[in-house]
Design a protein around this ligand. Structure first.
Ligand code: ZN
Length: 549
């Protein structure tokens, strides 16, 4: 199912409805099922009010009477029926191009789930955010580490095999002597392995995804699942929030977060927040680095013109990704500003819920119960009062979302992962030099330089670039100024890269005959630049703490 407020066709909360015949035979206190596809919440609390009547006459209920029972059920944080505590492996949720996430309203995916006693990760998302962004973010989140790691290991294996002469090389028409062969194995095999693993990896992590783990066709199970929502969160080791600006506006998303915070009984229960654009962005940056790495290890270079052409193509592929990336990141940090304002003035009444959007009447004309009322009563029980819940959101939740979305999203492992193709190119060039005894030392020096750039300079520069984007996030008045601002941000972000290239060029003259000593000087320069980046970052952080920034 989609959660209660997310479907216009399948309203979960019902203000009044017609009671199907089978209810009349239900035992009081037992969960009841409904033949009406438009209902879900009503169940056992109502049974007594039916009085065990065997009448065939439909009975219209005043569902305001149901409220105390429903609230009591939800707020107890119990799983009312063990059958609804279900999980699905991540790969099942993502198979067939994540069909379950794309066509949740049109299909029944219940068969992809199975009963469990524990949920590893509860996925919380808004159905109003971008589908493909969400899917790609899940793919990179669950398959990305395996893809990058296996691509890297493949690169190392190829480098070793080529160095020992096991693999053939390609003639790129330059360097001495004429029969010089180049390795392109690490980069190309890395790309193939990364692509295959990213798309085919079968992550076994057991997750709860509403449209798979809640039955669409069995109203009794659907009802039980909704009543157990808080209980399901209590049984979850972690909660993954796939954040987009609509998430913070949705009543049920905040309800899930409130329930998770309330139900956290151990420190092992984690909250993970990721913006949904992170997946497409990570893939784009990873491919951009492959576009930079492939020419370094494959393109034949006959004369100076080809060098210019190759460099031109590399700069173009960089700009094609970098420009939209700068624009996306600036918009993201503006969205975070909006989120802060939203959460600071949050109230249960200001969130959006589709029941209210529909004015509590579904297309068939039936009136439906307002989800907001249930949520309000639950938060009163969990947090003491609505005000206390709102204060928790304005302080704890705001701090948590702000910290996670600002600092934890672009982590060091993430930066190393998306830039790893560059190091694969270093492996190829190094492996190409290794077979010649005279070039063994330069080969080793090159590998060392690549490793230091990748492991030290990339994370430090990433932090600086993110801070630069945050400083330049404000929107300009016109499109032209906006393009100019993106260009300026990009120029500022590219500066540390140029500084490093200059340092690399200059250190080539330091000790031309001793490659390892030269590499040592370059490593010292790189570490000095890392410290400079760090200090600049501290300055920018101080600037961002000032009012108006
Ligand atoms: Zn409502």
């Amino acid at each position: 199912m989609r959660r209660p407020s997310q479907s216009s066709e399948e309203s979960i909360s019902i203000r009044s409805w017609t009671v199907p015949d089978e209810w009349h035979d239900s035992d009081a206190g037992e969960v009841c099922s409904s033949s009406s596809s438009s209902m879900s919440i009503p169940n056992c609390p109502l049974a007594p009010s039916l009085g065990g009547s065997g009448s065939d006459i439909d009975v219209t209920l005043d569902v305001d009477d149901m409220m105390p029972s429903l609230v009591e059920q939800v707020s107890r944080m119990d799983v009312v029926n063990p059958e609804v505590l279900r999980v699905t492996p991540v790969f099942r949720a993502l198979e067939h191009f994540a069909v379950a996430l794309r066509f949740a309203a049109d299909g029944d995916f219940y068969h992809k789930s199975r009963a469990s006693t524990k949920i590893s990760t509860f996925w919380s998302h808004s159905w109003h955010g971008g589908q493909w962004k969400k899917i790609l973010t899940l793919v990179t989140l669950y398959n990305g580490t395996a893809a990058v790691s296996l691509a890297f290991l493949t690169g190392v294996l190829m480098m070793v095999l080529f160095s020992f002469g096991t693999l053939p090389g390609i003639d790129r028409g330059w360097w001495r002597p004429a029969d010089w062969e180049w390795s392109c194995w690490s980069t190309s095999a890395g790309l193939v392995v990364a692509s295959l693993v990213l798309t085919c990896w079968r992550s076994q992590t057991r997750v709860f995804l509403d449209c798979i783990c809640i039955s669409q066709n069995d109203d009794r199970l659907k009802t039980d699942a909704i009543l157990s929502l808080a209980g399901l969160l209590k049984k979850s080791d972690s909660m993954l929030i796939l954040w987009d600006p609509t998430w913070t506006e949705r009543l049920w998303c905040l309800f899930e977060l409130a329930a998770f915070l309330k139900s956290k009984t151990t420190q092992q229960q984690h909250l993970i927040v990721r913006p949904i654009f992170l997946g497409p962005l990570s893939i784009a940056i990873y491919l951009m680095f492959f576009a930079l790495a492939l020419p370094i290890s494959t393109v034949p270079i006959r004369n100076a013109t080809t060098i210019v052409e190759v460099l031109g193509a590399m700069v173009l592929s960089f700009l094609v990704v970098a420009f939209p990336t700068a624009s996306t990141l600036r918009r993201y940090f503006r969205d975070l500003d909006t989120m802060k304002l939203q959460l600071l003035s949050i109230s249960v009444d200001s969130t959006r819920s589709s029941c209210c959007d529909q004015d509590h009447v579904i297309p068939s004309g039936q009136r439906i119960l307002c989800d907001r009322k249930i949520v309000k009563e639950c938060v009163k029980i969990w947090f003491g009062s609505e005000l206390s819940f709102e204060n928790t959101v304005r302080t704890e939740v705001l701090d948590l979302l702000n910290r996670d979305l600002t600092e934890k999203v672009f982590s060091t492992p993430w930066a190393l992962g998306v830039t790893s193709p560059l190091f694969l190119a270093f492996m190829d060039v190094s492996a190409s030099m290794a077979p010649d005894p005279d070039d063994r030392q330069p080969a080793l020096a090159l590998l060392l330089e690549g490793l230091v750039v990748w492991l030290c300079y990339v994370p430090a520069t990433k932090d600086l670039i993110i801070l630069l984007v945050r400083v330049g996030r404000k929107r300009s008045r016109s499109t032209c100024l906006e393009i100019l601002k993106n260009t300026l941000v990009l120029g500022a972000a590219a500066t540390p890269v140029f500084v490093l290239l200059i340092a690399y060029g200059l250190t080539r003259f330091a000790d031309p005959r001793h490659a390892l000593r030269r590499a040592g000087i370059f490593v010292c320069c790189t570490l000095f630049l890392v410290v400079c980046n760090f200090l600049l970052g501290l300055g920018l952080k101080a600037l961002l703490r000032r009012p108006g920034w």
